[in-house]
Design a protein around this ligand. Sequence first.
Ligand code: ACO
Length: 402
Amino acid sequence: DVIDIRSLGKHGVFTYDPGFLSTAACNSNITFIDGEEGLLYYRGYPIEQLAEHCNFMEVSYLLLHGELPNATQTKEFTDTISGSTMLHDQLSNIFRGFRRDAHPMAVMVGVVGSLSAFYFDAMDIRDAKHREISAHRLLAKVPTIAAWSYKYNLGQPFMYPQNHLNYAENFMHMMFATPCETYVPNPVLAKAFERILILHADHEQNASTSTVRLVGSSGANPFACISAGIASLWGPAHGGANEATLKMLEEIGDVSRIGEFIKRAKDKTDTFRLMGFGHRVYRNMDPRAKIMRTTCHEVLDELGLHDDPMFKLAMELEKIALEDEYFVSRKLYPNVDFYSGIVMRAMGIPNSMFTAIFALARTAGWIAQWSEMISDEEHKIGRPRQLYKGNLRRDLVPMDRR
Ligand code: ACO
């Protein structure tokens, strides 16, 4: 008389697709990737053109609104974002509740989530105007939160935004300035940072973006959704690769040891992989990596760092891997994180902030994807199915007989 409760799922056919490798969960008009050809488009525009001609505010506007802004729209949008960069004064108390050595991503998950307790005047997600206000608040405030989480680690006073600076410069000011020392932006570094933001702004339905959509599908507020996206991005298999690349370079330590590590990367009995090489979607060079490679050389030239042992090592590793038959035949090219990690290190940004910077760039994509989903009145609450593999029906044994 045992009922196989697995047979109770008589509700039609469903697919079993762990990791959603071949299941589309939504329609989207935002980003298109052609992994075979190594192409990436935001709203139909090639990433190369956007990185060359636009700033991050224009790209954010494009992701959110579907079209590039004209000059008036750019000014209005930029002014709106600049005007919202301050945090509610009481938010500084939330930072102070964390341990001094808390990882910036841990602080960001908490503080971004707590925005919903401070900015609830415009949280009716059915109202397009309210959605836009929340989108602007997130874009404006996430950099301030990221920079303050770093300042908190250092034990330095929080630096308030300087709204005459552009988005990238303002972030660097909040990270690097102190009350005793003004931060004077270097245009080459500011441009490189702007590129990092543009290249990381969206990448269709990756783990963190899918997380934002899934959380948002229940009607959760946008601050909670972006906080969930940050938590997902924090995982080493997602946003942590640039940090891992730098750790690997530190471990290799010297050009003379590259051969030893390349040998390990090829050895199938060794779990070691060359960090910053390969990509799940791109079977050609990641177009973002090509742009970041050029930017990387511009930054190393500007700072005169080509002879620095760490950067020499990175460039030598890139050269060897690009020529080595193992990597060439498997199409294992350096990815965007290989170069962005090097650029950020050269700019004096600590490893612990790499993923936080990825998060502030990706906020533009997350919020655009969230808005796209909520604006679609047909959208459904996300509810994946499962294959039940557990026990069949059984009767409870009373405590004295267990
Ligand atoms: N070093 C050495 N060998 C590698 C590497 C690597 N980095 N990446 C893949 N390979 C090898 C695999 O061992 C496999 O070899 P085989 O065919 O002889 O068995 C072959 O290349 C194909 O590898 P897969 O594991 O099938 O590739 P997959 O698409 O699953 O993995 C991934 C992609 C996870 C990115 C992988 O290349 C990797 O681990 N790279 C290092 C980590 C990294 O840089 N991640 C960041 C990705 S970019 C981003 O997230 C923005």
